[in-house]
Design a protein around this ligand. Structure first.
Ligand SMILES: Nc1ncnc2c1ncn2[C@@H]1O[C@H](COP(=O)(O)OP(=O)(O)OP(=O)(O)O)[C@@H](O)[C@H]1O
Ligand SMILES: [Mg+2]
Length: 405
């Protein structure tokens, strides 16, 4: 296996192990997420692996994880099943006494919790601050606005109240979603991740009930962090006048829930929104997000860091000066652009081996050559940055007017 492959495989094994541990402890919802994740990673892994024995083994594992995830999903959404532990079926986990997170709520609370499971993702994201290069100011702002109020609520009493709504805004692919996940990981709050576009499309009609249940569950499970990605799609002002009654009601419901947080309980419940179209958000919603945090394009040091993060574990013949050179050449690129460049470059030596017919018979180890500066330079010319100067000005203008610059 090349080092990319083996890393991916190890990652899947790690996720599966975590799933089994959580499953044994009765944390079924988190276990479900981990099984799904492990299966997803293995599905990616088999696409690149040409060793038939390995591929067969992985298919078995994928099937096992998906089966177990399905059993857990049925258990979590079934009205009766929740009392006991889910049957093991073709389980990936060992049998154990099912005493876990389900036991601690009243029947009524459990009912509401069940009503959102399967639709709104409740997960432990497992992103560390160090996985995110640069963005020092944005990280510090999130620590103050989210991590500290949740971890040290006593510091935030009296006039020093936490902001109940925080908005991350900035160009696409610059780390908004990553930052939200890192903040959630650090503060160990219950993390609810809602895609706002989904709120409108998938569950139209059910959306209001869902939002109300979401906030109820978040209160029950507080301290909680509700992350609403792409918030512009629910809170848009573009559609004003044209939007359907459904959309308007969803927006109104959201506004009143966010407003309601302030007068809520002692345990913190925070709403974190993210958008790359802040100017589309209507004024009422914008005013609920008292704290606005700009997540800009990465600067030189951040770009160097992103190149390093996205080539970790790969054999490279690059010096520190080469990395600086990459940082300089990638001005204007977002983190996602750089990550795309790295993915292309990392595949180059594999593609060369494959085109040379050297992977056909891959029972024996193949030697993958080191990456060099030329590989990156070539790819940087091909993969262009997504953010235009005009767009960048628009963000900076908006940040000056509403955010923190
Ligand atoms: N500062 C960074 N450090 C490391 N990786 C980064 C950074 N910024 C972006 N990336 C990479 O780019 C990808 C996209 O980042 P992310 O999803 O956080 O962007 P976003 O700001 O939420 O974009 P969008 O507005 O499109 O939702 C990440 O998964 C990561 O691989
Ligand atoms: Mg995002």
């Amino acid at each position: 296996m090349s080092s990319v492959d083996s890393k991916l495989y190890q990652y899947a094994v790690q996720e599966a192990q975590a799933a089994v541990d959580l499953d044994e402890k009765g944390h079924y919802r988190q276990a479900l997420n981990k099984y799904q994740r492990a299966a997803e990673i293995l599905i990616q892994f088999v696409q690149y692996n040409k060793n038939p024995i390995m591929v067969r083994k992985c298919h078995d594992q994928i099937e096992q994880y998906i089966n177990r995830a399905n059993v857990l999903k049925a258990h979590l959404s079934g009205p009766r099943a929740r009392k006991g532990k889910p049957s093991m079926g073709t389980s990936a986990a060992k049998d154990s006494e099912g005493k876990g997170e389900e036991g601690q709520y009243s029947a009524e609370e459990q009912e509401i919790i069940d009503s959102i499971s399967g639709t709104i993702l409740e997960e432990s994201p497992n992103v560390k601050w160090n996985d995110i290069a640069g963005l020092k100011t944005s990280k510090q702002a999130l620590r103050e606005a989210i991590v500290l109020p949740i971890m040290k609520p006593k510091l935030f009493t009296g006039a020093r109240k936490p902001w109940s709504g925080i908005l991350l805004f900035g160009p696409p692919g610059c780390g908004k979603t990553l930052l939200a996940r890192a903040a959630a990981t650090e503060c160990e709050a219950t993390f609810f991740s809602v895609s706002s576009a989904d709120l409108l499309s998938k569950w139209l009609g059910e959306s209001e009930k869902l939002i109300s249940s979401l906030f109820k569950v978040a209160r029950i499970k507080a301290p909680s962090l509700i992350f609403m990605d792409e918030i512009d799609s629910v809170a848009t002002k573009r559609g004003e006048g044209h939007e359907g009654g459904g959309e308007r009601r969803v927006k109104t419901q959201l506004l009143s829930e966010i407003q309601g947080i302030k007068s809520g309980s002692k345990k913190p419940l925070l709403v974190l929104g993210a958008t790359n179209r802040p100017w589309d958000i209507d004024a009422a919603m914008l005013s609920r997000f008292e704290k606005k945090v700009y997540v800009p394009l990465p600067d030189l040091t951040a770009r160097i860091g992103i190149f390093k993060i996205h080539t970790a574990g790969i054999n490279m013949a690059l010096t520190e000066e080469d990395f600086i050179e990459l940082g300089v050449r990638s001005e204007g690129y977002s983190g996602r652009d750089i990550s795309n460049v790295c993915r292309e470059v990392i595949m180059l030596p594999i593609r060369e081996l494959d085109m040379g017919g050297l992977l056909e018979n891959s029972y024996q180890e193949v030697v993958v050559r080191d990456l060099n500066l030329k590989d990156f330079a070539k790819t940087l010319k091909k993969v262009k940055p997504m953010t235009t100067n005009t767009a960048l000005n628009q963000y900076e203008q908006w940040a000056k007017e509403f955010g923190e610059l």
